[in-house]
Design a protein around this ligand. Structure first.
Ligand code: SF4
Length: 362
């Protein structure tokens, strides 16, 4: 199977959530934080690659506009859309100011990777012809239903390894050491934000991939964070100003950067975790065990219910979505980028086999 950090984190949180997202291909509506963050990432990638921060702003805004093409809220949220567009521009300007003169040498901006996890060859059901990836919604539902009941049998399996896939923000160098560069936008402005990265799997997974691909172990990762207030924080802070000029989100933007050293043992533990996840996930499909979470904090975290709560608390007993439009928070997706990479691997393997065949004929 192809694993990324988000599949790992979701499955560790709740297997039913992982099932809904991967096998029913349902997703929460995209939050503004993700749209802003994605646009800023696209802009920073251009800035780091070219050193041209005007171009970076253009790319960030182009990414933002693209994200709005299918935004169902656009028609009645014009002002909000404009505010977020301005915020994205301001975040790129702030990043450019802070990055200028830091002396980092960018070896590779934005690196997409799909890397084989060693020692994981197995009879894999995550192959294009297994029947798991039907584009037809009704067909998908039948497959989802039969997986949960332990009835689904793959049409085809193949001897394959598990793969880890992902996209690093950049690989940089300073004083002869290689570092992973990651950027985050966040509204949490305290140690709670920084301490979570002491153990987070995402940067460690990227460090593992860089190490495997380049054969050089990076020293650790550098986290560049742009703090931006939520609409609620902004309203509360402005309310406290009592008559003084109200401030905009741009006025509260802040930048901070910290380095995290990582040991070889820490990075290697990632490989074992992903191997476990791949084996466990395929085992769960074969046996049909994708239980509902039993932790209150998972179904209702930060006082917000999980997007799938309606489905999971349905009394029909089926826990299935009959019609994609009947479920507000879900939107039926085509294959996600992780699954699409499966087809890239297939294509690359086919080309490789053809090349070998051709060279054998001469
Ligand atoms: S509502 Fe709870 S059990 Fe259902 S998908 Fe969400 S976290 Fe999992």
């Amino acid at each position: 199977m192809i694993i990324n950090t988000s599949r790992y984190i979701t499955a560790r949180k709740c297997w039913r959530m992982a099932f809904n997202e991967t096998h029913r291909r349902l997703a929460e509506g995209k939050a503004w934080a993700l749209i802003d963050g994605g646009s800023v990432h696209a802009g920073i990638a251009t800035g780091l690659a070219s050193g041209n921060w005007d171009e970076a702003k253009r790319d960030a805004l182009a990414e933002f506009d693209k994200s709005q093409e299918n935004n169902p809220f656009q028609a009645f949220e014009f002002q909000v859309v404009d505010e977020h567009r301005t915020l994205v521009e301001a975040m790129i300007e702030l990043y450019a100011r802070e990055y200028d003169g830091t002396g980092w040498i960018v070896l590779q901006p934005e690196l997409e990777f799909t890397y084989e996890i060693p020692g994981t060859l197995h009879d894999c059901i995550f192959v294009p012809d297994s029947g798991l990836y039907s584009p037809d919604f009704k067909e998908q539902q039948k497959i989802a239903d039969s997986i949960l009941e332990g009835r689904w049998k793959p049409a085809k399996t193949e001897l394959k390894p598990h793969y880890l896939t992902g996209k690093c923000d950049a690989i940089v160098q300073q004083d002869g050491n290689i570092w992973l560069f990651e950027h985050k936008t966040t509204s949490i402005m305290n140690e709670g934000f920084w301490s979570q990265w002491l153990m987070d799997i995402q940067p460690r997974a990227y460090l593992w991939a860089i190490w495997k691909m380049l054969g050089i172990m990076p020293k650790g990762f550098v986290l560049n964070a742009i703090f931006k207030p939520t609409e609620r924080q902004l309203a509360q802070w402005n309310a406290k100003r009592r008559g003084a000029d109200v401030k905009s989100a741009e006025d509260y933007l802040k930048f901070e950067s910290r380095k995290y050293l990582c040991s070889e043992a820490e990075i290697m533990s990632v490989e074992r975790k992903f191997k476990w996840l791949g084996d466990e996930w395929e085992g769960r499909i074969k046996s049909g065990i994708f239980p509902l979470a039993d932790l209150r904090t998972t179904c209702f975290s930060y006082n917000r219910p999980c997007a799938f709560t309606n489905m999971c608390t349905s009394v029909s007993g089926e826990h299935l979505v009959e019609d994609p439009n009947s479920y507000d928070h879900c939107d039926l997706r085509e294959l996600d980028y992780v699954t699409k990479r499966l087809y890239h691997i297939e294509e690359a393997e086919k080309q490789e086999a053809e090349r070998e065949e051709d060279s054998g004929t001469f």
